[in-house]
Design a protein around this ligand. Structure first.
Ligand code: HAM
Length: 426
């Protein structure tokens, strides 16, 4: 036998059972986004590397260490997207979407790629659901993003959630805070990990995001950004807090929250599933008022978030919530004997106009077929043999009660719809 090939480290298959839950979650996300007035956007999975270097930020771990970057056949530097925000902004500028209105509200979902060390809730190909609001500096937009993320997660059945919120200040506050942190860390460099020595050189704020215990201990003593926020930034944060608390979001201000990407200004937030005790965020985002400019557009404030599908699915499992996907099978069509296949095929065509139908492919004994029907969870089996064909009927077997009914073939769809409706009313 030829050697088998396995999925690559850090990637995973979403098998049918799980995929139907994922689809249900994605549908819920698309539904709530539409309720909030967002429209979907789909951007390519690979982009010019420079987009992420300038967008996600040259000093971030994501760009420095985690990008899948390669040269294509023409020697262009290409990267698999590690996140979608720079891609959405690129598309916004490339297609002059600003012409569609002062504010654009977009949502997206799809795979992202980061060459990280695989671990709990950490994959190399993972999937995000996200939104971006482009074109407003308003704190109401920040609050809407936070509330949408919260309502989505609550709506699919998660509990035990906590939202952390912070402000990284405007450009001026950030420069000032960066200076403060640099001074603070300079005295404590020997207590930081090797990576953080590098981070200290590139962008000292990155040290605040380090997951190493030794660095966390140093960071715990660092000055907090709250202490140096300018008046306008303080007001902005207070407004966000005021709005968010009206929506019953269980949040707290965490003045050490910095996020791992470079583009954030003012509001940042992350949501955690406290009850599963995992300290990975389910989702996160924030305001990014410079990114559009950094990517060659006019000054355009924006805010957004992304949430991780794998982590959401794990949290649902930990909470014992089963998001029901559409995996229901209404009818299993069981032809008896080769000559019954054309009629069975025609019946499948009719029934599939409104129902989910499995048509048997092979000439198998009826009891075997019925066993398959019950394994597939079919509600009814429609049996057709030469006798049924000559009478123009189909034998419907109720797979729960075992009762059988003779139904004219022309009435089959109506009969099944009626019975399935009765089920749903019970
Ligand atoms: P992020 O915090 O890098 O933000 O990622 C958002 C979410 O993606 C995380 O909370 C997590 O659920 C998931 N995630 C990230 N890395 C992995 C991984 N290696 N394995 C599994 N899940 C992962 C962003 O990506 C920004 N684009 C969010 C944003 C949108 N900010 C403004 N607009």
């Amino acid at each position: 036998m030829a050697k088998r090939i396995k999925a690559m480290r850090g990637t995973h298959d979403v098998l049918p059972e799980q995929a139907s839950r994922w689809r249900a979650i994605e549908d819920e996300f698309a539904k709530i986004c539409r309720q909030y007035g967002y429209r979907e956007i789909r951007t390519p999975i690979f982009e010019a590397t420079e987009l992420f270097e300038r967008g996600t930020g040259f000093s971030t771990d994501v760009v420095q260490k985690e990008m899948y970057t390669f040269e294509d056949k023409k020697g262009r530097r290409v990267s698999l997207r590690p996140e979608a925000t720079p891609s959405v902004i690129r598309a916004y500028l490339e297609h002059s979407l600003a012409k569609q209105g002062k504010v654009l509200k977009l949502f997206y979902l799809g795979p992202m790629f980061r060459y990280d060390r695989p671990g709990a809730g950490r994959y190399r190909q993972f999937h995000q659901l996200g939104i971006e609001i482009i074109g407003t500096p308003s704190a109401v937009a920040d609050a809407e993003a936070i509330v949408l993320l919260w309502e989505f997660l609550r709506g699919i059945g998660l509990s035990g959630l906590k939202m952390r919120v912070n402000s990284l200040g405007c450009e001026k506050c950030r420069v000032e805070y960066s200076r403060l942190i640099r001074e603070f860390l300079k005295e404590r460099l020997e207590r930081l990990c090797d990576d953080c020595h590098e981070r200290f050189e590139r962008n000292p704020l990155r040290v605040l995001d380090c997951k190493q215990e030794m660095c966390k201990a140093v960071v715990a003593e660092a000055p907090e950004i709250g202490s140096i926020l300018c008046e306008a930034c303080q007001e902005h944060l207070a407004e966000v807090e005021n709005l968010v608390s009206q929506a019953n979001v269980d949040y707290y201000i965490d003045s050490r929250l910095v996020r791992g990407l470079d583009y954030y200004t003012r509001t940042v937030f992350e949501v955690f599933h406290v009850s599963s005790g995992v300290d990975n965020s389910l989702g996160g985002g924030g305001r990014y008022d410079r990114l559009v400019e950094d990517l060659g557009g006019p000054q355009t404030p924006a805010v957004g978030f992304s949430a991780g599908m794998e982590r959401i699915a794990q949290a649902l499992e930990a909470d014992g919530v089963d998001v029901k996907g559409e995996s229901r099978l209404d009818v299993f069509i069981a032809p008896m004997g080769k000559q019954a296949f054309p009629t069975a095929f025609k019946l499948a065509l009719d029934l599939r106009q409104a129902l989910s139908v499995w048509l048997e492919f092979d000439d198998r004994k009826i009891d075997r077929q019925l066993r398959s029907a019950s394994r597939l969870g079919a509600r009814f089996a429609a049996i057709i043999g030469s006798e049924e064909i000559s009478k123009g009927i189909v034998k419907m077997k109720d797979m729960i009660s075992g009762e059988q009914f003779e139904v004219p073939q022309s009435e089959a769809l109506k009969w099944l719809k009626h019975r399935l409706k009765e089920d749903s009313l019970e």
